[in-house]
Design a protein around this ligand. Structure first.
Ligand code: NAP
Length: 256
């Protein structure tokens, strides 16, 4: 243990596809984060005693005793190729500090919380969806998950299971879940890119809610081009990025 990080243990690894997996680690009792934030985690590097660090959004709830992360294996990536070899019982390092501003405290008022994710950018929204205050605060929570293939719809069962959960069932009617699968047709899912659906108004139609300056608060996370293009579409329509001490309508996080 050092001042900067703690040594945790991997407690579970869950593969979703050949290149997508989730893993859980133990959590230091002193570790604090706000849902939507990311951790910096480290794995042993190639050189003896070295550690390679990366930012990872936390997918688990703020109250969970463990930490959960959702990862893609980047081909030849120094970090994820190592990470994907790790197994239950292996050590992993977690910086004591948590980071990032993709948090609902960036917003004031607002009735509808829109969360637009591509790929592993879903992770922070899973944490936010386990935050009771968010369910209480908003009339509608809209989660849009865009992936390439049906198999990549990770966490679909968890998301669709809020209405059966002992703790969340009373709120679950507020959730509108839109699946986008871009590279194959899937019944019930949209197939165009989220940016196109946003620009054309088809996303709003599908959700059954209009974007609105007073009501809507929008979070974007995932592919950096998706985040940038969506941000532009929304800024052109008069939505403002939230800044420190200046709450707006938008909060964004690039995922790599
Ligand atoms: P992805 O390519 O980001 O695709 C996920 C979804 O986002 C797909 O539906 C995709 O649609 C859509 N999308 C991609 N670009 C978009 C854009 N500009 N506007 C709107 N929608 C867009 O898939 P991924 O599996 O999350 O990541 C792909 C690769 O990115 C990985 O294999 C990896 O190499 C890299 N990556 C790196 C890191 C890292 O930490 N370094 C993290 C995540 C991903 P389409 O099917 O139309 O493309």
């Amino acid at each position: 243990m050092t001042d900067k990080y703690t040594t945790e243990t991997i407690t579970d690894v869950h593969p979703w596809t050949d290149s997508l997996f989730s893993f859980r680690t133990t959590r230091d009792r002193g570790y604090r984060f706000v849902p939507g934030q990311f951790a910096r985690i480290g794995v042993p590097g190639a050189a003896e005693g070295s550690i390679v660090w990366r930012a990872y959004s936390i997918a688990s709830a703020a109250y969970d005793e463990h930490l959960e992360f959702f990862s893609v294996v980047v081909p030849n990536g120094q970090f994820t190729s190592r990470l994907s070899q790790l197994k239950e019982g292996d050590p992993i390092f977690v910086e004591r500090k948590s980071y990032g501003f993709l948090t609902t405290d960036r917003f004031q008022q607002g009735r509808d919380l829109w969360m637009l994710a591509t790929g592993t950018g879903l992770a922070p929204f899973l944490s936010i969806l386990h935050d009771f205050e968010t369910w209480e605060q908003y009339d509608n929570l809209i989660l849009v998950q865009s992936v390439r293939t049906q198999q990549e719809l990770a966490y679909e069962d968890l998301i669709q299971g809020f209405d059966k959960s002992e703790y969340y069932a009373e709120f679950a009617h507020k959730l509108r879940y839109v699946r986008i699968v871009t590279r194959e047709p899937v019944p019930g899912a949209l197939q165009d890119r989220v940016t196109k659906l946003l620009a054309s108004g088809v996303l709003e139609e599908n959700v059954g809610l209009k974007l609105d300056h007073d009501r809507s608060r929008i979070m974007l996370c995932g592919n950096p081009e998706m985040v940038e293009d969506s941000r532009k579409i929304l800024v052109d329509r008069g939505y403002r990025l939230s800044r420190r001490g200046e709450p707006g309508h938008l909060a964004v996080e690039n995922y790599w």
